[in-house]
Structures are given as C-alpha cells and as structure tokens.
Write a protein that binds this ligand. Sequence first.
Ligand code: ADP
Ligand code: MG
Length: 249
Amino acid sequence: MVLLKMSHLNKIYNGKINVRAISDLNLDVEKGEFLGIMGPSGSGKTSLLNMIATIDPPTSGQVSINGENPYALNFDQLAAFRRQKLGFIFQSFNLLDTLTVKENIFLPLTLDGAALSDMKDKLKRIAGRLGIEHILDKRPYEISGGEAQRTAIARAIIHNPELFLADEPTGNLDSKNSTDVMQLLERLNHEEQATILLVTHDPQAASYCSRVVFIKDGELYNELYRGDNQTDFYRRIMDTLKLLGGSSS
Ligand code: ADP
Ligand code: MG
C-alpha cells in the first residue's frame, strides 16, 4: 500500500531570480518503508521534505498522505493533521527548555486533550524502549545530546503517527549516539512497520534505510535498495555519492 504519493511536484521560489528547487518529481513511498533521501547541497532535499511535512506548499503537483491531500485542509484541520499523522525528528531536537523531558514528550498528546492515564501508560512503554526512564523529570539542558534526541524520538512516536519525517537526526551527534539513534529508527521500522523518511548526508546513517533515493538539481537521480547486506549497501551509497559529486550536506 502506498502511504505517501508525490505526483508531478514542483517547487519554485520566486524572487529577483526564480529558483526551481524541485522539478516534476514523482515518488511513491510504501507503508512500512524506511526511505533515505540524499543529494548534494542545494539539490532540493529540504524543499521536498517541507512540502511533505505540510510546512510549505508545492508550486504545482500533489502530495498525498494515506490518500489525503493535506493542502486541501483548512488551517485548524491542517494543524490537527500534522500533530496526529506526522512525527517530526529534527537535527536540533527542538525540545522546550522550560518543560521537563516527560512534559516535552506529552506535548503533542496534551494539545489533543488525551486522558492523563492513557498518556502515562504510553510513556512507560516508550521510555523503557528508548532507555530514558531515568531522565524523565530532568530538563533538556540537563541531559546529553544522545538523550535529547531519544527524547525527541519519544515525542515523535507517542501518538503513533503514520509518517515519520527526520531531517538530519544524527547531524549533532557523535558516532556512538548516531548509531544508537539509527538502530532505534530501524527497530521502529521493523517492529511497528513505521514509515520513515530520513534526509541525511551521512552514508553510515543512510545504510540503515531500506531504500535510498538520490536527488540532483531537484530531480530524482538514482535509487538503491538495501537488500540484506548493510555493508555492501553502504559501499553502493558511497559509490553513488561519488558519481553525484558536490558536497553532500
Ligand atoms: P538542500 O536541502 O538539498 O540543500 P534546498 O531545498 O534547501 O536544498 O534548496 C534547493 C534550492 O532552492 C537551492 O538552490 C536553494 O538556494 C533554493 N532555496 C531553498 N529555499 C529557498 C527559499 N526560501 N527562497 C529562495 N530559494 C530557496
Ligand atoms: Mg537542506
């Protein structure tokens, strides 16, 4: 089943010079896929993710998430759609320093008026899985970068979103914490059939995906499937990045 469909997507930024960031892009993402998006700096990755994240509408073409066109929703419906259907994980964690770890994780549920008992049950399960039980009452500035990213992942998964969008989630982490985060996402994908879209410039992180698409100048350039050998997949990703050229950030 196709969860996310992009049809003839175009994104043009109008200014003194018009920039065509995404050009007639067609891409289907199956439910349960773990899709990586790579490409040189300026190739259109963020523009693409923002259109899918319902943050910035396409100039033309369609985004469809589970058969629904988010851009046809009104303002309030769209806000609810984002909170309920999407889970965001950013490079900068985006945690609120005035709230505890627990309150940060509860935030999306609070906004939808979930019952406290429901929230507590869910939190217990998720905190155990992510290994953050011991920091639930701390504030973001009291925890490490790895713990902050695991907290952000907890916040993104607590409402069982249909689609996870991760923009360089390992960008601010050392290699040990990056590996932890990628293994968590991989488990989420395997065990819950979560559909995940990951923008990354890190071939090591990308090698955890089930498929990687490469973008160049706003167009699909190539795609690779992981198969069952992650080391070989990593090598093929590196080879494709070499062919692509540019700085792949
Ligand atoms: P990437 O994330 O792959 O680095 P972007 O999607 O950020 O690429 O950018 C794609 C192209 O669109 C680049 O040429 C960039 O300069 C341009 N661009 C991105 N955002 C804007 C904007 N808000 N206004 C004008 N041009 C933009
Ligand atoms: Mg970008």
